[in-house]
Design a protein around this ligand. Structure first.
Ligand SMILES: [Zn+2]
Length: 247
């Protein structure tokens, strides 16, 4: 095992002691694969199934949208890779709701979901889609006009394509600033999904959603993260991801 992984596990052990909670939370992945892998961020279906088993063992209920303070979990995927479609029968068989943040400019491109595949998943009633902007570029590195365009056009493209209102945004690369938050709310987004770990009902700022990355977590790590242990990384991630003020 790599030193980095060992260190992460040691931190999670400490985090599990300090932050143990049964609060509802959002977890995130990038894709799922059986044989064909579309990205290195993809999770093997066998590992994903183990995560679902652990959710059940720990009494966590996968939901489309968190309503209760405790024991609910929202499962989200970023970028919209194709593997999720190829493995979607697992979600259907087990009645697992999922939210995918789509990069509107990448739909139909190599490795990414096609429009018809997204439509088929939407028809099951298990899929909710949100915006991950048009280009997936860091919104804080753009001038305001370009950032507005990214937020506005992705929302409109998805709404036109799938005939439903898009109210959720996921920050590309997890990066955000006070300007990005302001613009997103001004343009009609209601919930902004970050990559900061923590409970759903304890947001860093109003309207922001915490999420825990679990795509490569083994069973022990997943269990600890579910209990809130990754909160120990909060300040480090905040420093990397959040630019205070108007950029
Ligand atoms: Zn992304």
């Amino acid at each position: 095992m790599s030193l980095k992984r060992l260190l992460k596990q040691a931190f999670l052990k400490v985090g599990a002691l300090y932050y143990n909670s049964s609060g509802s939370k959002v977890i995130y992945y990038h894709d799922i694969h059986d044989r064909k892998k579309y990205t290195d961020m993809s999770t093997p279906i066998e590992l994903f199934k183990k995560h679902i088993d652990i959710l059940r063992e720990c009494d966590y209920r996968p939901v489309a949208e968190i309503k209760n303070r405790e024991k609910e979990v929202e499962i989200t995927f970023d970028d919209g890779f194709r593997g999720i479609y190829e493995n979607f029968s697992f979600f259907v068989d087990n009645n697992i709701p999922v939210r995918i943040f789509l990069i509107s400019g990448s739909i139909g491109e190599k490795e990414y979901l096609e429009k018809t595949q997204i439509e088929q998943m939407l028809e099951t009633g298990l899929l909710t889609v949100g915006s991950h902007t048009v280009s997936h570029n860091n919104l804080d590195n753009m001038d305001e006009i370009t950032a507005v365009k990214e937020l506005k056009e992705s929302k409109k493209a998805l709404e036109d394509m799938f005939g439903r209102e898009i109210k959720t945004l996921c920050f590309p690369r997890g990066k955000f600033s006070d300007r990005t938050i302001r613009l997103a709310f001004e343009l009609g987004y209601e919930k902004l999904y970050s990559c900061l770990p923590g409970n759903y009902h304890v947001p860093f700022k109003k309207g922001l959603v915490n999420r825990s990355l679990v795509q490569h977590a083994d069973e022990a790590e997943f269990k600890k993260i579910l209990q809130g242990a990754d909160k120990i990384f909060f300040n480090r991630y905040l420093k990397q991801q959040y630019r205070p003020g108007e950029t």
